[in-house]
Design a protein around this ligand. Sequence first.
Ligand SMILES: NC(=O)C1=CN([C@@H]2O[C@H](COP(=O)(O)OP(=O)(O)OC[C@H]3O[C@@H](n4cnc5c(N)ncnc54)[C@H](OP(=O)(O)O)[C@@H]3O)[C@@H](O)[C@H]2O)C=CC1
Ligand SMILES: CC(=O)C(=O)O
Ligand SMILES: [Mg+2]
Length: 569
Amino acid sequence: MPEATATHGHSENEPIRTDLRGAPLLETALLNKSTAFDEEERDLLGLRGLLPPHVSTLGDQVRRTYEAYSRKDNDLERHIYLRALQDRNETLFYRLVIDHLPEMMPILYTPTVGEACQTFSEIYRRPRGLFISYPDRDRIEQMLDNVPLPDVQVIVATDGERILGLGDQGAGGMGIPIGKLSLYTACGGIDPATTLPILLDVGTNNQERLDDPLYIGWKHERITGQDYDDFVDRVIQALKRRWPDVLFQFEDFAQTHAGPLLNRYRDQLCTFNDDIQGTACVAVGTLFAAANVVGRRLSDMRFGFLGAGAAGCGIASQIVQALIEEGLPPDEARRRMFMVDRYGLLHDAMPNLLDFQKPLAQPADHVSSLGMDPGQAIGLDMVAEKAAPDVLLGVSGQPGLFTETIIRTLAAKHERPIVFPLSNPTSRVEATPAQVLQWSDGRAVVATGSPFAPISQGGKSYPIAQCNNSYIFPGMGLGILAVGARRVSDAMFMAASRALGEQAPALKDPTGAILPPLADARAVSVKIAEAVARQAVKEGLAPEIGDAEISERITARFWTPQYRPIRPA
Ligand SMILES: NC(=O)C1=CN([C@@H]2O[C@H](COP(=O)(O)OP(=O)(O)OC[C@H]3O[C@@H](n4cnc5c(N)ncnc54)[C@H](OP(=O)(O)O)[C@@H]3O)[C@@H](O)[C@H]2O)C=CC1
Ligand SMILES: CC(=O)C(=O)O
Ligand SMILES: [Mg+2]
């Protein structure tokens, strides 16, 4: 008998039946109501005396926990508090988080989740999710048997090698799947009983972690090559056998693995890579809105990138597709992309381009025609000067590389430069919004990957949009599950980008924000889910159902934190 099963799709008054009694029930986070168990439940479920006599409401509990949360003196302590609450009482955790989403998102997610991953071994309290460690590779089926809630519908998995812009965090990377799945529920209405965070523990090359006596992971250098591929394949095949329809999200894999794993598995199961595709999707959605603010079409613009890795190339590929859909020939669309990586601007005369970078490399003769020398490493400052991109995106994971000179150069060439320093966490941002606005005299349209407070400058306040894949994946998951999509296509991501772009306040008022407020995240996810689901049906990736039924299904499975009566089985 599972501890608790999926609770979506039922009316608020329909009882949940359980065999659990007394203390074990209070220990079961998905069923625990703590002081909100009513008199009848206390008698029927062996709780009398285990709780103080006053029966609280969920609202009382939210007030109590918010006060306790507010008393913590730093963000990591607030993170620890929220995670402990999640492990104690999930309904209350989600009610609290949803009621304070703009305030708590930076605590549960970037930037604080980065610190939580770095300190994961010290702040570890209770088990959550599945650690599949390389030495256990012959026991994967057995480990899957141990998953407490067997109705798994969404998995987020990482191997911890590229955690935000913080590099290899080994098993501490588990903080990311836990955080992302919390957002699936808080922002996308995915029933938490159907989610499973997974950490693929293949070792770590982070010496600090290896030297740490408290490190919770496998103390071994990372396995690589065929051993790595075989291990990941074993896990994925076992997951497919157990949950054939599961949505599997790859998260924070290093560049060497991110693209190859996606390409290997995207036609084998319902899967996507959030850093490649989710990031591309939110960036393109935000660019649709930004283009509206500056009163131009994307297909009239050029795009400069710092960082031609998983995120950078993912974003560029989807922008190319958007430009093609606006009418540009594919070659011309690609010539609009200026991808600057560690060794300079990518062009086709460069040796050692990675396979996924090749389609985005500039023709060397085009580079020359713009006055740049393909025989030399071409830096971003040169690209800013000679190619004059209208849009500059930062996905390098390196702080401070959007220098004053670069931003001033772009601001001299464009009335409204669009500048998105997207690297996470906050400590890795390529330039702060305050810098970008200062160096562009307040003319730049800015969005960042991590949250920043509004900037006041020259008597004006500028809201800073958080262009983060968290706007996308919750709605993506909701749409996929609602119609039972078998695969995740690029066109489904494009539909999500358009649905996001259409919700930008800037569409109605060009001085408005380019992304909807975080407080509206649940409504935004529903719109994205509808668009994604419709696209899946259109492509034959989901059963043929009409728009009205799609909306009904999304509403029916949208999970809301509320206490339902609990009764003995
Ligand atoms: N806002 C959002 O929603 C998202 C933001 N991100 C952020 O984007 C960043 C990158 O992620 P991802 O693409 O997956 O990582 P990758 O490692 O795949 O890509 C980073 C790229 O930047 C290059 N790079 C490193 N240093 C420099 C430099 N000094 N100049 C130019 N290029 C450089 C790297 O080269 P090399 O490999 O040689 O080091 C690599 O190609 C991270 O900080 C991540 O948090 C990612 C996903 C979503
Ligand atoms: C947001 C995200 O997925 C990242 O920074 O990796
Ligand atoms: Mg990520």
